[in-house]
Design a protein around this ligand. Structure first.
Ligand code: 5GP
Ligand code: ZN
Length: 120
């Protein structure tokens, strides 16, 4: 998969072409607040590199998937939800409601979360 895609929303956020509230940034990942939060804390962690979904990311760059998970845990710590608990979620494909086809980890928390199939 290409390193970036000019028509990809999250590639454009990573490139700084579209504004977002960045909460974490390192050499391989960027995290920013979801524009339509589903809970008090709702952050998206993306690899800087373009991969269309988590399964492709796992197949194409497994060590980068680990970096995304590590960044998600760091975000949860910084947001103050690590002790109370949080959900890490990858929507993959139509039935999951995936709308942006650049792999992104949802970090959701800050309140008691509802049934797993209702979040996202
Ligand atoms: P998906 O449903 O693909 O797993 O999640 C995509 C997420 O991206 C949604 O939760 C949606 O609210 C969020 N989103 C869509 N467009 C934007 C945007 O332009 N900026 C930000 N920060 N989040 C976005
Ligand atoms: Zn992309």
């Amino acid at each position: 998969m290409s390193a970036s895609a000019s028509d990809c929303l999250f590639c454009r956020i990573v490139a700084g072409e579209i504004p977002a509230t960045i909460v974490h940034s390192d050499d391989r990942t960027v995290a920013f607040r979801d524009i339509n939060p589903q809970a008090p804390t709702h952050v998206l962690v993306v690899p800087r590199e373009h991969h269309p979904n988590a399964a492709a990311l796992a197949a194409e760059a497994p060590e980068l998937l680990v970096e995304v998970m590590r960044a998600g845990a760091a975000v949860a710590e910084r947001e103050g939800v690590a002790a109370s608990g949080y959900r890490l979620l990858f929507n993959t494909g139509a039935d999951a409601g995936q709308t942006v086809f650049h792999a992104h980890l949802h970090v959701i928390g800050g309140e008691r979360l509802g049934g797993m199939a209702q979040v996202g």
